[in-house]
Ligand binder design. Structure first.
Ligand code: SF4
Length: 320
């Protein structure tokens, strides 16, 4: 077995705000092996993007982080600034949602893709960088001659491809894709996701894919981790979790998506009622109990720990 590319050990992130402490991530432990893929799902505000930012130490100064993040064997929170610069882009890179905001509007895309390579000296000369930019653009399905374009001269799908090319520029071992296709229409979304899957296979790239769309994660990831109120509430092989969720929250999340051709699921969606809790004022006991159709009095007493719910599966529910 190869060493995992990413290990999170009891990761906790609390934001200090004027209104008090807001615990966004509360003790998350996960691993992604080389070439493996993990899909992180959950409603908005459950802590998914905070985890993405924590892996590369991109969180704002108001975030207090504890636990360990090991990226390619290095403890990210023990690194000095030089060491941190070295692991960003080369060990792990991130693709954000909304490429228009992530790209510099007044710099040509070729120069933006070349920049991390020149900074990290993965190429020795600007000429070599130009050749590599052409290869990267072709690999994401954009003609190399478009390197001279500015972001506004490309379509939304092309801009997202540019972000992927940029993230791959320094050959990272881990790619974090944080809602990479949410802003795209369905056809372009499918093209970009297929591209990501191909690149991952070709490069033996590990992937942390974050989205609220469970069905997408099931298609593109080996394993799924479901988050609620800052914790993992279910984890396991993606097909098994999607086909037979152990946790009532996962069941609600899976039922929230209408199925193509199934008129009844469109007319009467059977998803989750209510809203996720305020992270600063979580209910006592299981934080899902106010919305859980199976809740019972003892669910209010203590927050359930993750326990084995099947082969390679865990879930945090007293009924497991
Ligand atoms: Fe529902 Fe209780 Fe399980 Fe929480 S512990 S998910 S409230 S049944």
């Amino acid at each position: 077995m190869s060493e995992p590319v990413l290990v999170l050990e009891d990761l906790r992130v609390t934001y200090r705000t004027s209104g008090g402490a807001v615990p966004a991530v509360r003790g998350v432990s996960l691993e992604i092996p080389a070439g493996g893929s993990l899909g992180l799902a959950g409603e908005s505000g459950c802590g998914k993007s905070t985890i993405a930012g924590a892996v590369l130490r991109l969180l704002p100064g108001t975030a207090e982080v504890s636990g360990r993040v090991l990226l390619a064997g290095k403890d990210v929170y023990e690194l000095k600034p030089g060491g941190l610069r070295a692991v960003r882009w080369t060990a792990g890179a991130i693709v954000f949602q909304g490429a228009l905001h992530a790209l510099n509007p007044v710099q040509r895309i070729g120069d933006q893709i070349a920049e991390p390579m020149l900074v990290h000296q993965t190429v020795s000369t600007p000429k070599a960088a130009k050749t590599r930019v052409a290869e990267l653009l072709e690999s994401v399905g954009i003609p190399a001659r478009r390197a001279a374009a500015y972001p506004h001269q490309l379509s939304g799908g092309q801009r997202q491809r540019v972000l992927i090319a940029m993230a791959l520029a320094c050959d990272p071992q881990l790619l974090i894709a944080d809602e990479p296709t949410t802003a795209l229409d369905v056809m372009v979304q499918a093209q970009v996701l297929e591209l990501l899957a191909d690149l991952r296979r070709q490069r033996d790239l590990a992937l942390l894919f974050i989205t609220h769309d469970l069905s997408l994660l099931t298609t593109y990831c080996d394993r799924l981790a479901i988050m609620y109120a800052g914790r993992i509430v279910e984890e396991g092989p993606s097909g098994d979790v999607f086909a037979g969720p152990s946790h009532p929250y996962t069941r609600g999340l899976a039922a929230a998506f209408p199925r193509i051709g199934d008129r009844s699921s469109r007319m009467a969606p059977s998803g989750l009622g209510g809203d996720p809790p305020d992270p600063a004022a979580l209910p006592a006991g299981c934080p899902f109990h106010p919305r859980c159709p199976l809740a019972r009095p003892e669910c209010r007493e203590a927050e359930p720990a993750l326990r084995i719910s099947g082969p390679e599966r865990r879930a945090a529910c007293i009924l497991v």
